[in-house]
Design a protein around this ligand. Structure first.
Ligand SMILES: [Zn+2]
Length: 113
């Protein structure tokens, strides 16, 4: 399951961070999730809650920030919010958009005690 692997990755990062900072509790984890990352927030929360049981991250809250899918035209250089999976430039109509953001899944910050 995709989300389970992601939740494991997040927990690893959080535990490493807690250890490096001598923290005994992880309270909150800020995440950046791109529109196109394909991550399902509900199942990510579910997986995370399951994995963190019995760890210092138990009860930690995932604060998820969605990152819009942004593209830049290879021809005119214009930047757009890509909608409806339309990867053609709406300005010059024959430029191809390359994605700038929206595919990421990363930990933005951690709050520990
Ligand atoms: Zn263009």
């Amino acid at each position: 399951m995709h989300e389970m692997a992601i939740a494991e990755g997040i927990l690893d990062i959080a535990l490493d961070y807690a250890k490096a900072n001598n923290a005994h509790k992880i309270n909150e984890i800020g995440l950046l999730i791109g529109e196109m990352s394909g991550v399902e927030v509900d199942s990510l929360n579910f997986s995370f809650n399951m994995l963190t049981q019995g760890t210092i991250a138990e009860g930690a809250e995932l604060k998820i920030k969605n990152v819009p899918l942004m593209g830049k035209c290879s021809k005119c250089g214009k930047e757009f919010h890509i909608e409806h999976y339309d990867f053609w430039c709406p300005e010059c109509e024959n430029g191809v958009l390359t994605t700038l953001s929206g595919r990421e899944m990363q930990v933005e910050y951690l709050e520990v005690d």
